[in-house]
Every structure is written in structure tokens, then in C-alpha cells.
Write a protein that binds this ligand. Structure first.
Ligand SMILES: Nc1ncnc2c1ncn2[C@@H]1O[C@H](COP(=O)(O)OP(=O)(O)O)[C@@H](O)[C@H]1O
Ligand SMILES: [Mg+2]
Length: 482
């Protein structure tokens, strides 16, 4: 494939190879013409093979009509194209999902590869500082593949040898603007390969209504909202602890209530108990009947936490030598401690003794609770260490809208903001930004953009009406369990 750099002299030939990260620019004036032609030809052929290999559907849709036109004439080629188009439209109308899976996304990916990414790749790489010039050669990262879905373009890139993920992460802003996207996120595919995710449209731009209460509860994947790729966002609650950080009005309540909502059938079955701690007496009080235990005063909260620690130790003693993980049962339900505005207990509390009690209990629960079926879901506004010294004990973290850019890495860990978790840029307008955030799970370093479904007061009211009637089941005393 031959390309000329803007502003180059006629002699400056630029070509890309599909499988090396080197772009050859023969700036040496005396290079024999035949060598330049052979290299250019070789790269041109390699480019064709690469295109056919990567985009067979798109290439076939051009080549087959061309072949028919040559062999049988334009009328037949026109008829063929016309009937394929009609069939395609009928197929898309009748069964959009299969049409998109088989042909639609591939054609779109081919179009965007050609028109957006391939066309602008070289100047963007050069201007963004991601290419290198050494000894008269331009070294360009290779655009390996583009794939599309409903909401995003995913671009696989082969980095230059010697480049790091950080080099790319620092340029996500340049890349997003250059390729006409709202943002760009970088993740690692394997050594030397990156995946750049460019959202084309935002499925999270408008509020999401409270999700239907699932008939069966999976504690490893409780549906709480939507991900940026349009797929459901599910939260693992059992076997982990979740910390939600966000400024006032960022929608922390919507995550708490979506999680509670998703657990209700299991609560009714006695397999889950939720303990609600509400030191600001704001968020949880409206649905307090849904909780196995509800506490709002700092003393009550400290008591509730310490009782949960005692229960945890009790279970740990029982499990020792018998089992290493917890399976929820009516005898041993999963206990989720939900703490809203946790800093009111751990930092702003004036009674030092109470503060220390709460901190000690939370630290014990978050370090030892996982294996015995105790989880913590805590929400706070200010993620600084002074406010929440134990924030690193929460394996899973969610950053909703934050006031300052430095807070993003405090919540999601080093490098998260560079990788695209722009939590400080989420809109403060509730319709656009409340409940929108970034998650970074223990199992993956890449932040995922999400939006929690909004559980409004009427939804909570209906939840109380439907689920609060069942009396809380007492825990079976430890002696009764083998
Ligand atoms: N997920 C959401 N989607 C849309 N709007 C929301 C969502 N969560 C909250 N809101 C709106 O934002 C307001 C503040 O939310 P809230 O949960 O009280 O914030 P926080 O607890 O973080 O201070 C709510 O009253 C509601 O109008
Ligand atoms: Mg709140």
C-alpha cells in the first residue's frame, strides 16, 4: 500500500506493512528506483492479502459483483447487487440481531477501518507522538484490526517495540479527538498488543429505570445497571467487598438500591441478610423494612458492625478444617453490610472511641469476611486515605463523579485515569451523569464505564410492599450445624 505523507517530496514513498511495526520511508535520495518499486509492490500485495484476510465479507461484496459484471455484463451485476440489497434489508428487518452478527458489524467495521482509522492513522500517530523516526525510517504502530458493535469501535493495535501501555494511556485524549470519538480507553490484549475502545454513541446518556427484580439471584452477578457496551452491568457481591466513591449527588444511592433490589428474592428465601447502616439518616431509611437490621446512630452502627464481626468469627471457627468457602443457605445466609456515607463513621465522628470501634470492625470484616459469607458494600464521598484508611481492603471499587482528577486513582488504583476512567469529567447534571461511573474489578485492571439503574422512591415503596412482609429468619445457633 503506497501512501504519501502530506508535505513530502514526490520521492518520499511511505508504505505500511501489515505485520511489522515499521514504516519504510526511503529518504536516501540515491536508493535505486527498482528497489523502491519492488518494496512498494511487495507492500502493496501484502496489504491486499491482509485486507482480504481481515475483511472477507466486505471484499467479497465488492469482488463478486465486479466478477459478474466482467463475465456476464452490468445488467446481471446490477441484478445481483439489487437482490442482495433487498435480501439484506428484509433480513435486517426480520431478524436484526442475526443480520448484524453475520454481516452488519463486519461491513461497518470495514467501512470505519478504511474511512476513519486507516485513512488517518499515520498523521494521527505522528502528531500524537506515538511514532518514531530513526535513521530515515518512520516506525509506526500497526493498526491490526477494527471491530464494531452497537456502541463502540474496538481497535487492536500492535505497539512499537519498546513502547509501554502508559505511552498510549497518556494519549487517549489525542486519540479520541483525532478519531472523532467521545473518549478512548486502553486495555492490554497480550504482550505488545493493545485494544483501544472508542465509543460511537453513549448508551448511558439517559437514566436507566429500575431493573426488573430477577426471579433467581446470582450473588456473583447481581444486575445493577448497564455497561458502556450496552451489556448489563452486574455486581459481584459474594466473595468480595465493594467501595463506591462519588461526590454529593453522584448517585451512590442508586448503586446501593439497585444491589438491594437485585437481592430481594434471595432475602425472601432467607439466603441473604442485608444490614443497613445509614449514619446520615438519608438514604436507607426509606426502605428500612427491607433490612435484616437497620441502624443510623453511630453507636447502633458500631454495635451492628461488631455483632457482624462476632458472627463472622463464629462461622470462621465452625468452618476451620471443614470448608474453605461459603455457600449461602438458610442456616448460613450471605450477610451484606451496606454502609452509606461511611466517612461519617470513620472520619467525621467526633467520638474517637466510636470511630476506632467502627474502623476496627470494618477492617476485620473486609479482611476476613469473604470466605465465610460476609460482604461489605460501602459508599463515601471523599476517597482520601485520611477519610477512609481501609479503602484498599475493598477488592472492587466504583468511582462515580468525583470532584478532582487525583481522586480517580485514589479510588480505582494507580493509572486508572490514564486508562480512560475520567470520573472527574462526568456531568454534574443528574439526568446525564448521576449513577454514571467507572468500575475496576479485582480480576481486570481495565476500567469499565457503567451506569446504575435509578431506583426511585416509588420503586422502593413497591419493594417494601412486596418483600418486607416476610419476617427475618434468625441465624441457626452454631451448635446445630455439623
Ligand atoms: N442512577 C441514576 N440515574 C439517574 N439519576 C439518578 C441516578 N442516581 C441518582 N440520580 C439522581 O441524582 C440525585 C442524587 O442521587 P443520590 O443517590 O442521592 O446521590 P448521592 O447519594 O451520591 O449523594 C437523585 O435524587 C436522583 O435525582
Ligand atoms: Mg447518598
Amino acid at each position: 500500500m503506497l501512501r504519501k505523507l502530506p508535505g513530502d517530496t514526490a520521492r518520499d514513498l511511505v508504505s505500511t506493512t501489515p505485520d511489522t511495526a515499521i514504516v519504510f520511508r526511503p529518504t536516501v535520495v540515491n536508493t535505486p528506483a527498482i528497489v523502491v518499486i519492488v518494496i512498494a509492490l511487495w507492500r502493496f500485495l501484502a496489504g491486499i492479502v491482509h485486507t482480504v484476510w481481515r475483511h472477507p465479507t466486505a471484499v467479497a461484496s465488492l469482488l463478486v459483483p465486479a466478477a459478474v459484471a466482467v463475465r456476464y455484463g452490468w445488467t446481471w451485476a446490477g441484478l445481483l447487487v439489487g437482490s442482495v440489497l433487498v435480501l439484506g434489508v428484509v433480513w435486517a428487518l426480520l431478524h436484526r440481531v442475526s443480520f448484524l452478527a453475520v454481516a452488519g458489524w463486519r461491513l461497518l467495521a470495514f467501512w470505519r477501518w478504511m474511512w476513519i482509522y486507516r485513512r488517518h492513522w499515520q498523521p494521527v500517530m505522528v502528531i500524537a507522538g506515538l511514532s518514531k523516526v530513526m535513521k530515515g525510517r518512520d516506525y509506526l504502530p500497526v493498526l491490526v484490526r477494527v471491530s464494531c458493535d452497537d456502541f463502540t469501535d474496538r481497535v487492536t493495535v500492535k505497539m512499537l517495540s519498546g513502547q509501554s501501555v502508559e505511552d498510549w494511556a497518556k494519549r487517549t485524549d489525542h486519540l479520541a479527538h483525532a478519531f472523532g470519538a467521545l473518549s478512548c480507553r486502553v486495555s492490554i490484549v497480550r504482550a505488545g498488543r493493545l485494544l483501544l475502545t472508542f465509543p460511537r454513541r453513549d448508551p448511558l446518556a439517559t437514566p436507566i429505570e429500575a431493573l426488573p427484580i430477577p426471579p433467581a439471584v446470582d450473588l456473583g452477578a447481581v444486575p445493577v445497571g448497564k455497561r458502556e457496551d450496552g451489556r448489563p452491568w452486574t455486581l459481584k457481591l459474594h466473595g468480595t467487598h465493594v467501595l463506591v466513591a462519588g461526590a454529593t449527588g453522584s448517585g451512590k444511592g442508586s448503586i446501593i438500591w439497585s444491589a438491594v433490589r437485585g437481592l430481594l428474592p434471595a432475602v425472601r428465601a432467607g439466603l441473604v441478610q442485608i444490614i443497613g447502616l445509614d449514619p446520615k439518616l438519608m438514604e436507607l431509611s426509606y426502605g428500612r423494612e427491607l433490612f435484616h437490621r437497620y441502624a443510623s446512630s453511630p453507636e447502633e452502627c458500631a454495635d451492628a458492625l461488631e455483632e457482624t464481626v462476632a458472627l463472622m468469627h463464629d462461622r470462621a471457627g465452625l468452618y476451620a478444617g471443614h470448608q474453605r468457602s461459603h455457600t449461602p443457605s438458610v442456616a448460613y445466609p450471605f450477610v451484606l453490610v451496606v454502609v452509606d456515607e461511611v466517612a461519617f463513621l470513620t472520619a467525621y465522628q467526633t467520638d474517637k472511641h466510636l470511630r476506632e470501634r467502627v474502623k476496627a470492625a470494618l477492617a476485620t470484616l473486609t479482611t476476613q469476611g469473604r470466605a465465610v459469607g460476609v460482604g461489605v458494600l460501602a459508599a463515601l464521598q471523599d476517597p482520601r486515605k485520611e477519610v477512609m484508611s481501609i479503602r484498599n481492603l475493598f477488592p472492587d471499587k466504583i468511582a462515580l463523579r468525583l470532584d478532582e482528577s487525583e481522586q480517580v486513582d485514589m479510588v480505582l488504583g494507580e493509572g486508572a485515569r490514564d486508562r480512560g476512567a475520567l470520573a472527574d469529567q462526568i456531568s454534574p447534571i443528574p439526568e446525564r451523569g448521576a449513577g454514571v461511573g467507572f468500575v475496576r474489578l479485582e480480576t481486570s485492571p481495565d476500567p469499565v464505564r457503567v451506569r446504575a439503574a435509578y431506583v426511585c422512591d416509588a420503586d422502593i415503596h413497591a419493594m417494601v410492599a412486596e418483600f418486607a412482609s416476610s419476617p427475618a429468619l434468625p441465624e441457626v445457633p452454631s451448635e446445630e450445624v455439623a
